[in-house]
Design a protein around this ligand. Structure first.
Ligand SMILES: Nc1ncnc2c1ncn2[C@@H]1O[C@H](COP(=O)(O)OP(=O)(O)OP(=O)(O)O)[C@@H](O)[C@H]1O
Length: 281
């Protein structure tokens, strides 16, 4: 068992919202529609067109699709972090359409996002230490379960990194800091939007492993957005394939990647990195 799993994150202090029933999905999205306005033509189009998905505690779900298919828009709208859409979104059993601002503020830390560009996610004017101090100031109780040294140790960074600024970190180190910041909040849902595609190949596997460990130690669910099927296959239980805003196929990774039933899924798989494993099996 890895080090990180030896000390489970068990304390529940700092969470004021009523704890959801065990059977309550972490995220339950029904018929989500999100529209954007095309910046060139001014036309409104459906970036997400009637998508439904459910993620249970501890589950890892991937959304794959070609660039522009609506993956990021879906993830951000579904978690209340992006443009509002229509449809029913239940986050930890709370309907995003009907909760007030205060409740939404309380729900926010339950969802942590790890983005593709770690340097872009960190404030260039803040050292790692001052960034963590700021987070702790916003969520005192929730973040009191671990000190900075312990937190960095969890993501296999040494304490001397605390005084570094983002530009003094490698891509892999910066992504570890981003994961540490997410872990500090002990979220119930981690959204990882292409978390390794901006990183050197040599550190991608480590960062993925760390994400998985973080998920396991917090018991969080994972919503992974990726165009890399090898990544999805190694991390996720199930997958939704998106094409032009719609989910065209869903199911366990093994089933969808091995025996895709949708023609577009087949084409997509053949064109995507990591798809070749399918032919070899
Ligand atoms: N804020 C916005 N305003 C207008 N159009 C947008 C906005 N955000 C995204 N879009 C457009 O919506 C569509 C879906 O974008 P989205 O970023 O969700 O796709 P994606 O599948 O995540 O793509 P990628 O893999 O390239 O990140 C694209 O055509 C994109 O240009």
């Amino acid at each position: 068992m890895s080090e990180i799993l030896e000390t489970e994150v068990s304390a529940d202090h700092g969470r004021r919202l009523r704890a959801p029933e065990e059977s309550t999905p972490v995220l339950d999205v029904d018929d989500l529609v999100v529209e954007h306005r095309n910046r060139t033509t001014g036309e409104v189009f459906r970036a997400v067109d009637g998508v439904s998905l459910r993620i249970d505690a501890g589950e890892s779900v991937a959304v794959v699709g070609e660039s522009g298919s609506g993956k990021t828009t879906l993830a951000m709208a579904a978690t209340g972090l992006g443009v509002r859409g229509s449809g029913d979104i239940q986050l930890l059993g709370h309907s995003l359409a009907s909760i007030g601002r205060r409740q939404l503020r309380e729900l926010r830390p339950e969802v942590q996002v790890v983005f593709q560009d770690p340097h872009g996610s960190l404030d260039p004017r803040q050292s790692v230490r001052s960034g963590l101090r700021e987070l702790r100031g916003l969520q005192r109780e929730r973040t009191s379960w671990i000190d900075d040294d312990g937190l960095l140790d969890r993501v296999r960074l040494t304490p001397d990194m605390l005084d570094r600024y983002p530009h003094q970190l490698s891509g892999g180190q910066a992504q570890r800091v981003c994961i540490a910041r997410a872990l500090l909040m002990r979220p119930r849902l981690i959204v990882a939007d292409e978390p390794t595609s901006g990183l050197d190949v040599s550190v991608q596997a480590d960062v993925l492993k760390l994400l998985q460990e973080t998920q396991a130690s917090t018991g969080a669910a994972l919503l992974m957005i990726s165009h890399d099927l090898a990544v999805v296959r190694s991390v996720c239980d199930s997958v939704h394939v998106m094409f032009r805003g719609k989910v065209v196929e869903s199911g366990p990774c093994e089933t969808v990647f091995k025996n895709p039933t949708n023609e577009y899924t087949r084409e997509l798989l053949d064109a995507m990195p990591g798809a070749r494993w399918r032919a070899r099996r």
